[in-house]
Write a protein that binds this ligand. Structure first.
Ligand code: PGA
Length: 259
């Protein structure tokens, strides 16, 4: 259907590992994860570790992502880090992760400003969207995805959309061990691509990369990777285990070979 895309595997370490531990972990991963032309591996360590890790990695093997940033480029915003400051250091940045939305009360307006700030600074935003358990049981999944997409992408031009990655992360599946079924994922991805088509046209809908995230393990990864319309995975817990993350990257490579 679409041209062959590399699988994108992002490891979100969240607020885990000290700078020293992160550096040791990257070293371990660099020994176990092979460079595959059909897989892009991205690490999202704590903000503090980005600089030292950027000096440690081979960018053909790993790229970096920020877990968060503030949308203004500079100014009196004590404690914040901007996309302008991350420019050149990271290739990607997560935006609208459910923990940002629910623990830190980020709204679509903040998220949209962050998407724009990332794009403005040459960083690819990974816009995370997904419904809560309650929204799911009330049959609101499609509406939630619609609103979060519309909210996050407002003001993004067709040209800028090429920078954007969408991650479908049902909130009830994050860190819970409750996997979404392939059918859930297929439906959600179809809804996402349909809306992108509506907003930006069919070519954009085919080309945009859509990831799945939520309790991905080496056991469940292959099924998601083989799901129509899924271009990769956003991995939390399992990305903190060297063997698990290595196995997931290996599965993405095999899936690429099979495609
Ligand atoms: P999880 O996290 O894999 O631990 O569920 C995914 C995420 O938060 O992106």
């Amino acid at each position: 259907m679409s041209p062959i895309k590399k699988k994108l595997i992002i490891g979100n370490w969240k607020m885990n590992l000290t700078v020293h531990e992160a550096s040791i972990f990257v070293h371990t991963l660099s020994q176990s994860i092979a460079v595959h032309r059909d897989v892009e591996v991205v690490l999202a360590p704590t903000l503090l570790a980005l600089q030292p890790i950027s000096l440690q990695i081979d960018r053909r093997q790993f790229k970096l992502a920020a877990q968060n940033f503030y949308w203004r480029d500079q100014g009196a915003f004590t404690g914040e880090v901007s996309a302008a400051q991350l420019r050149g250091l990271v290739e990607y940045a997560l935006v609208g992760h459910s923990e940002r939305r629910h623990v830190f009360h980020e709204h679509d307006k903040d998220i949209r400003s962050k998407v724009q700030a990332a794009v403005r600074n040459g960083i690819r935003p990974v816009l995370c969207i997904g419904e809560t358990a309650h929204e799911r049981s009330s049959g609101e999944t499609a509406d939630v995805l619609h609103d979060q997409l519309l909210g996050g992408l407002a003001n993004v031009t067709s040209e800028e959309l090429g920078q954007v990655v969408i991650a479908y992360e049902p909130v009830w599946a994050i860190g819970t061990g409750n996997n979404a079924t392939p059918d859930d994922v297929k439906k959600a991805v179809r809804a996402i691509r349909r809306q992108i088509e509506h907003l930006y046209g069919q070519k954009a809908a085919n080309e945009i990369r859509v990831l799945y995230g939520g309790s991905v393990t080496p056991e469940s990864a292959a099924t998601y990777l083989a799901t129509d319309g899924i271009d990769g995975l956003l991995v939390g817990g399992a990305s903190l285990s060297g063997p698990s993350f290595t196995a997931i990257v290996g599965l993405a490579h095999h899936e690429g070979e099979a495609a």
